[in-house]
Design a protein around this ligand. Structure first.
Ligand SMILES: NC(=O)c1ccc[n+]([C@@H]2O[C@H](COP(=O)([O-])OP(=O)(O)OC[C@H]3O[C@@H](n4cnc5c(N)ncnc54)[C@H](O)[C@@H]3O)[C@@H](O)[C@H]2O)c1
Length: 325
């Protein structure tokens, strides 16, 4: 698809996945608006949009109250990544969680219906609401049983978007992502993923903690996530569908920690501890995705293996640690 000159709106565009997507779109010649409310505790960082490449128009605003109509006006594609992403945050304040992940989604749906009725929407969804898997790998037919409030709100948001497809005929694709990592991830703490704080500790020469260690994860490198978003928008055969997006072959957290040690020539160290009780109750155990449906529809497949992805991430942060702490 030729993105040159196309107006694209990326909600959550200063966050981890959104900013990487903005850079890819701008490099393809799209006119990119990144909308972001810089929510406390999320991955938003102004440094995420720094680049030597084509400009990205950053609008600081909250999807709960900003005029979304004017932002949607003329958009060919809307990549919808703005979300309250903290699982513990959702448990603590489910009303704030649902205000962003469900109520504000309906605001955006209504604004887009008026201002950009033809726009393709790619929605960032999550594997979280499958809950503790009943079987592995998890396909899209797996029962939904959200383990926490954030899973409920993210499921509601996705379903409102799919409803918009069924009732209004809008081309919508929902991508249920697994754990993503790579440049521009929040590494200040463990709020975004455990790998963020592991990277920080490894680079600061401090030991990181592995909780449990036997859980399996299939991690997706951010460039592969970006490629999946683009492929979803570019393939009409995806419209109206929900897809799992997986990543590298499943690996235990313990083996991933050992990989960090290897990649830093022994400088990274870690300790293992039991899952904290408040997190254990919402933990999903092992997960890895069956994403065959998306691969078949788009010919997408992840290109960056975990070892290479972690090495690239460590290198990327080495020169930029200050901007991310
Ligand atoms: N990173 C992952 O591993 C992962 C996994 C599954 C799903 N997802 C989904 O992908 C999307 C992007 O996640 P991410 O990892 O980049 O997180 P992130 O926190 O880095 O990005 C989300 C961005 O949305 C912004 N935002 C939140 N609420 C907003 C609001 N009310 N108005 C405007 N902006 C708002 C935040 O400030 C943040 O910059 C989310 O929808 C998330 O649920 C991510």
């Amino acid at each position: 698809m030729d993105w040159r000159g196309k107006k694209v709106l990326v909600t959550g565009g200063a966050g981890f996945l959104g900013s990487n997507l903005c850079h890819a779109l701008a490099a393809r010649g799209a006119r990119v608006t990144a909308l972001d409310g810089f929510l406390f505790g999320g991955g938003a960082n102004a440094a995420n949009l720094d680049c030597d490449g084509p400009a990205i128009d950053l609008v600081r605003g909250d999807i709960r109250d900003i005029d979304l109509r004017s932002l949607c006006e003329g958009a060919a594609t809307i990549f919808n990544l703005a979300a309250q992403t903290s699982h513990m945050g959702g448990q603590r304040d489910p009303l704030a969680d649902i205000a962003v992940n469900a109520v504000a989604q309906v605001r955006l749906i209504q604004a887009a219906r008026e201002a950009a009725p033809e726009a393709v929407v790619v929605h960032a969804s999550t594997r979280q609401f499958y809950g503790r898997p009943q079987y592995l790998p998890v396909d899209e037919q797996h029962p939904v049983a959200p383990p926490d409030a954030n899973g409920v709100s993210k499921f509601a948001g996705e379903q409102y978007w799919m409803l918009e497809h069924r009732v209004q005929g809008r081309p919508v694709v929902s991508l249920r992502l697994t754990n993503c990592y790579g440049p521009r991830l929040r590494i200040r703490d463990a709020r975004q993923t455990f790998l963020g704080i592991w990277i920080r500790c490894a680079l600061e020469g401090r030991p990181f903690e592995v909780w449990g260690g036997e859980q399996l994860r299939d991690m997706t490198y951010v460039d592969d996530v970006t490629a999946a978003f683009l492929a979803a928008a570019e393939n009409p055969s995806c419209y109206g569908r929900i897809f799992n997006i997986g990543g590298s072959p499943p690996i235990s957290l313990h083996d991933m920690a050992e990989m960090m040690v290897r990649l830093t020539n022994g400088e990274a160290r870690y300790t293992t501890r039991e899952f904290p009780a408040d997190r254990a109750s919402i933990d999903i155990g092992s997960y890895h995705a069956n994403d065959n449906a998306f691969r078949a529809a788009t010919l997408w497949s992840p290109k960056i293996g975990l070892e290479e992805g972690i090495a690239r991430s460590l290198d990327w942060y080495r020169g930029r640690l200050d901007a991310y702490l």
